[in-house]
Design a binder for this molecule. Structure first.
Ligand code: HEC
Length: 144
């Protein structure tokens, strides 16, 4: 029943909106200038823009506030780097890292960001920032 009621209300609202639009179209075609039309549709345009801005703000907010190396590791890297899938260097296994570490952190970071053989770019975490990736690498070699 609730659902049906909602449906009805949606219908009523659609009709009301339709009448409003038809009304404004008629008004426009009779006596409204271009400026007046622009003025009329402005509020709607503004509302949409404001909505878009807030979506963007939310999206970038989720990228800010860095996650810790441990958090990133657990969500994005652990699947391969815990057991060494496809020969991924294992977390805190010195022997797996020794040679790689001689490349320097810059190269390790670059490989992690852009991908390296079977290592996917950013470990597949496309919303991880460079800093978060770096933190995850540091977390993986923390105890070596
Ligand atoms: C799908 C599996 C997979 C995931 C997920 C993954 N990696 Fe890797 N990673 C690999 C493999 C395989 C290698 C070894 C590549 C090679 O040396 O050929 C590797 C290598 C690396 C290296 C060494 C690169 C080098 O230059 O020797 C680093 C650093 C690294 N991964 C970091 C990460 C980080 C940080 C994450 C999470 C954000 C991550 N990886 C997620 C598979 C993965």
């Amino acid at each position: 029943m609730k659902f049906l009621n909602q449906l009805k209300w949606k219908h009523v609202l659609a009709v009301v909106a339709g009448v409003a639009v038809a009304g404004s179209v008629m008004a426009v075609s009779t006596d409204m200038s271009r400026e007046a039309i622009a003025e009329r549709i402005k509020p709607a345009a503004k509302v949409r823009l404001a909505g878009e801005e807030s979506t963007q703000a939310t999206a970038s907010a989720s990228q800010e506030g860095d996650r810790s190396g441990e958090q990133v590791y657990n969500t994005a890297c652990a699947a391969c780097h815990t057991s060494g899938v496809l020969n991924a260097p294992r977390i805190n296994v010195a022997g797996d890292w020794e040679e790689r570490l001689t490349q320097g952190m810059d190269v390790l970071l670059e490989h992690s960001i852009n991908g390296f053989n079977a290592m996917p770019p950013r470990g597949g975490c496309m919303n991880c920032s460079d800093d978060e990736i770096l933190a995850a690498i540091e977390y993986m070699i923390e105890d070596i």
